[in-house]
Ligand binder design. Structure first.
Ligand code: FMN
Length: 358
């Protein structure tokens, strides 16, 4: 199966299935001499684990990372970095009844049509667990990106239509602390309580919810992004759209630009630089030196406990309920995954810019 690799210079391949013995990532192209400890990767993986929120599955995913290669005496050596996380809480028996049935909203039907067979235990490669490898690799990318002066932070903007207040990021200096401390990675505590209430109610109904995550990059230098097919916004969109449940990506003012005038959307310049940032820090696919801002829109988790109509592999109509331990909403678990994908894009483009002598 091709298509498991990201990047031109900072290259990441993820591997493994949700109910196999392990999964992980191989990073090829990470510069030598970067200080890297397993704890730094573990911290990021812990942020991806199920939280105390009503949104999260009850699966006990320990996700302990093992660095198999590419790091010697606490420093990257420039050789491939292999990262492994063992699956310790997979219960394949939960999927026995579903082995011949196509779950609505999942990749069961499309994988079967594509390959003629599929790993029916927990979605295989299409499982959200595949993102363990992305987050582990993103932790390494963060070291490269940080050394270049950039910081990436993602947070929840809305769940099930409940949004954060418009001043959640501007009313004081502490919104990042609030994001770090919130089980939903939400900068607005009042909105977070309303979201938790809604999640608990929807969980009782056997249903699920979607939501929106915003990603902010600070300290991004001007000049990253390659004309024409590897534009920064094109690569961000591809990287973020490659995460399960993500159905749309916006940059800057995003979809809203379509109903505004040019005079509102253009970002004027004065001697000090850009006066505002409707473009989200990218013009013609190249970073402007302002903050990068993008958002992802996620669909509700497809495994719902309510009865659903479907067919099995012989075409027989079936009614199913998807049991087992599932997330009710992909947010907050997708927040660290979004950060990881943006970090992979930035690390790659930063190295490409340096390789071009700029
Ligand atoms: C971090 C993460 C966790 C996920 N957890 C679950 C889950 O517990 N149950 C489930 O049915 N889908 C879960 N998903 C979503 C499915 O993997 C995804 O919706 C499915 O493969 C279909 O792909 P699509 O939504 O891109 O069409 C998760 C996705 C991510 C990224």
């Amino acid at each position: 199966m091709a298509g498991n690799r990201w990047g031109t210079l900072f290259c990441v391949t993820t591997w493994g299935e949700s109910h196999g013995p392990a999964l992980g990532a191989v990073i090829d192209g990470c510069p030598a001499g970067i200080r890297l400890t397993p704890e730094e990767i573990q911290r990021e993986l812990d942020r991806r684990r199920p939280s105390t929120s009503a949104a999260s599955t009850s699966r006990a995913e320990k996700d302990r990372v093992e660095i198999l290669s590419g790091v010697f005496e606490g420093q990257t050596t420039g050789t491939p970095i292999a990262l492994l996380v063992r699956n310790t809480d997979a219960r394949s028996e939960h999927y026995d009844e579903l082995r011949n049935v196509f779950r609505p909203g999942h990749g069961d039907y499309t994988y079967w049509k594509k390959y003629g067979l599929r790993d029916w235990r927990g979605g295989g490669r299409a499982s959200g667990r595949e993102t363990v490898g992305r987050v582990a690799a993103g932790a390494v990318a963060r070291k490269v990106v940080r050394a270049a002066g950039m910081e990436v932070i993602a947070y929840t903007r809305s769940i099930g239509g409940i949004g954060i207040s418009p001043d959640a990021l501007t009313r004081d200096q502490h919104w990042e602390k609030r994001v770090r401390e919130s089980p939903l990675y939400c900068p607005d505590p009042q909105a977070a309580s309303a979201m938790e209430e809604r999640l608990a109610a929807v969980r009782k109904e056997g249903d699920t919810l979607g939501g929106v995550v915003e990603i902010l990059v600070r300290g991004c230098p001007a000049g990253l992004g390659e004309p024409v097919f590897d534009k920064m916004d094109a690569d961000l969109a591809k990287a973020l759209m490659s995460i399960g449940t993500v159905k749309a990506v916006e940059v800057g003012e995003g979809c809203a630009v379509a109903s505004k005038n040019g005079s509102e959307i253009n970002d004027p310049m004065d001697a000090a630089g850009f006066v505002k940032n409707s473009a989200g820090g990218i013009l013609a696919g190249i970073t402007t030196g302002q903050d990068l801002v993008c958002r992802v829109y996620c669909k509700p988790i497809p495994s719902i406990a309510l009865p659903q109509q479907t067919v099995d592999e012989s075409g027989r109509e079936r009614s199913i309920r998807v049991g087992g331990r599932h997330d009710i909403c992909v947010i907050p678990r997708i927040v660290p995954v979004c950060e990881a994908m943006v970090l992979l894009v930035l690390a790659d483009h930063w190295l490409r810019q340096k390789a071009g002598g700029r």
